[in-house]
Design a protein around this ligand. Structure first.
Ligand code: GAR
Length: 210
């Protein structure tokens, strides 16, 4: 099974989707640890309830981001993950960390990248007058939300939508998108080579629509 470490800051519904798929036998993976920058993050409770190692590393206990990340990733690396999945991890990752794990960190981001990077993506989509929105799974590089995109799910923007209604519609698609993408990793069908995503040993020219 694919060894997955999850890095998350909050609610953990994406972690739940991963755990549910594993329990249902539809994802050949094991969550080897859940890591958070917030000691009270609900995602840690979800992990503990499922008997998964749950670790909080609090940035404020370190003099700078570099030493915080060094400790966090020492703990993550100790679980020997094949893949580190950022699922609602709300901090930047530094270049040193990312480069040391190139091709082994992915993130789920609530927009159709490259549109709407950063925070408040649903409001950004509404403000832009977009008629389509969605979520992306991409490799993490040192550029914020700028790494190569693997897969996307699209949702329509409906008249009368606000950021909340749109977030809920996107979240419903995030869970199957993330699980389907992790299935590709579990089947060893996806890899990153020099900033290009390869699926079944062929370069991917546009994100897969899942
Ligand atoms: C998800 O919508 C995810 O796409 C987003 O945070 C939420 C986490 O939900 N991630 C980002 O905004 C990353 N910048 P969850 O904790 O219930 O999985």
């Amino acid at each position: 099974p694919l060894r997955i470490a999850v890095l998350a800051s909050g609610r953990g519904s994406n972690l739940q989707a991963i755990m549910d798929a594993i329990a249902a036998g539809t994802l050949d993976a094991q969550v080897v640890g859940v890591f958070s920058d917030r000691r009270r993050a609900p995602v840690l409770e979800r992990a503990e309830r499922a008997g998964i190692r749950a670790v909080a590393v609090q940035p404020r206990r370190f003099p700078d981001r570099q030493s915080y990340e060094a400790e966090l990733f020492a703990r993550i690396d100790a679980t020997e993950p094949d893949l580190i999945v950022c699922a609602g991890y709300m901090r930047l990752l530094g270049a040193a960390t990312v480069n040391a794990h190139a091709g082994h960190i992915v993130n789920i981001h609530p927009s159709l990248l490259p549109a709407h990077k950063g925070l408040h993506t649903h409001q950004q989509a509404l403000d832009a007058g977009a008629c389509e929105h969605g979520a992306s799974v991409h490799y993490v590089t040192a550029e914020l939300d700028g790494g190569p995109v693997i897969s996307q799910a699209c949702v329509p923007i409906e008249p009368g939508d606000d950021a909340e209604s749109l977030a809920a519609r996107v979240l419903l698609r995030e869970h199957p998108l993330l699980v389907a993408t992790l299935r590709l990793f579990a089947a060893r069908r996806v890899e990153l080579q020099e900033a290009t995503v390869f699926i079944d040993a062929r370069p991917l020219h546009a994100p897969m629509k899942l």
